[in-house]
Design a protein around this ligand. Structure first.
Ligand code: B16
Ligand code: MG
Length: 293
């Protein structure tokens, strides 16, 4: 690979990934000569004077002023942690329909509005919220309802297959990874890996996966996010969590991580808001890590 090919620039910035692009690279970008170096624990770029440009090194955005200068980042893992249901996969409607079948059997009220309260929370907690004030369930009933709901749900996700993949998700993750960020999945679901397999994302997209089979401690506890962060060796303060559920954003905040609220409702308290990964801008992520340094 030639030096020029190793680096890539898009319409907005020059991208350098210290894990992939070779040190000692020199490139002239928008008329400015840039020399990249990797030392023990840092990466740097020396830029000659010229018009202001932007450079993304290891997922961190630098706004380079007109003057000549050297800009440096400490090399340490920085990670984006993705929730699954509602962010990468559209599995919430399947959860709803499966719970609705159980609610009908139990003869209790359950509608789409109440279903919002179940987003991101564990299977057991979902049943508790659904039954609350309407029916008393013994431990045996709870186990039976959870098993039955899960069997219905598994049938639905098998039938839905690839159609659960949310538009833009794969492309968005690829761009972040190309820039040098670690990518992790953190989901409350015990079916997370099955869904990833169904939507063609089990290989090549995530550096680590933490899910409901690793911990039963539910969001808003940050346990599953902390586990994902640990698996990519990133400090919580170097993590940005993408979540569609209020409990998920609360968990990110409790874990001292940055947060991106994805989707229509309940996540306005996140640091960044995006309607979907399809509409999300990778530069919001690069700017977030740029502010942290
Ligand atoms: P399961 P996430 C969550 O997934 C769902 O949003 C939530 O509705 C569900 O109860 C939970 O997983 C557990 O799922 O029954 O498959 O183990 O948003 O954390 O990816
Ligand atoms: Mg979710």
């Amino acid at each position: 690979m030639s030096k020029e090919e190793a680096l890539s620039g898009d319409e907005r910035a020059l991208l350098f990934n210290p894990d992939r692009d070779s040190a000692g690279n020199e490139i002239t970008y928008k008329g400015r000569q840039c020399t990249f170096r990797i030392e023990d624990s840092s990466a740097s770029v020396e830029v000659v004077a010229g018009e202001p440009i932007e450079i993304v090194m290891g997922g961190v955005l630098f706004s380079i002023p007109a003057e000549a200068g050297t800009h440096r980042i400490e090399l340490r893992p920085r990670a984006c942690i993705f929730d699954l249901d509602g962010v990468v996969a559209d599995s919430a409607p399947c959860h709803y329909r499966a719970w609705k079948a159980i609610a009908d059997k139990l003869g209790i009220e359950f509608d789409e509005e109440k279903n919002h309260l179940l987003r991101g929370v564990s299977r057991r907690r979902s049943l508790e919220i659904m039954a609350d004030g309407q029916v008393e369930l013994s431990e045996e009933d709870i186990e039976k309802c959870m098993t039955e709901k899960n069997e219905i749900y598994k049938g639905m996700i098998a039938t839905a297959g690839m159609s659960l993949l949310l538009p833009g998700a794969r492309e968005f993750l690829k761009k972040l990874r190309r820039a040098g960020l670690k990518i992790a999945l953190a989901s409350a679901s015990r079916n997370a890996k099955t869904i990833l397999r169904n939507i063609g994302m089990i290989d090549g997209y995530f550096d680590a996966i933490a899910d409901g089979t690793d911990t039963s401690i539910a969001k808003p506890d940050p346990a599953v996010f902390l586990m994902a962060a640990k698996r990519v060796n990133a400090a919580p303060s170097d993590c940005l969590v993408f979540e569609d559920a209020p409990a998920g954003v609360d968990a990110a905040i409790a874990g001292k991580m940055g947060s991106v609220g994805v989707g229509p409702a309940g996540v306005d308290h996140a640091d960044i808001r995006e309607d979907s990964l399809e509409k999300a801008d990778v530069y919001d992520v690069f700017e977030f890590f740029g502010r942290k340094g």
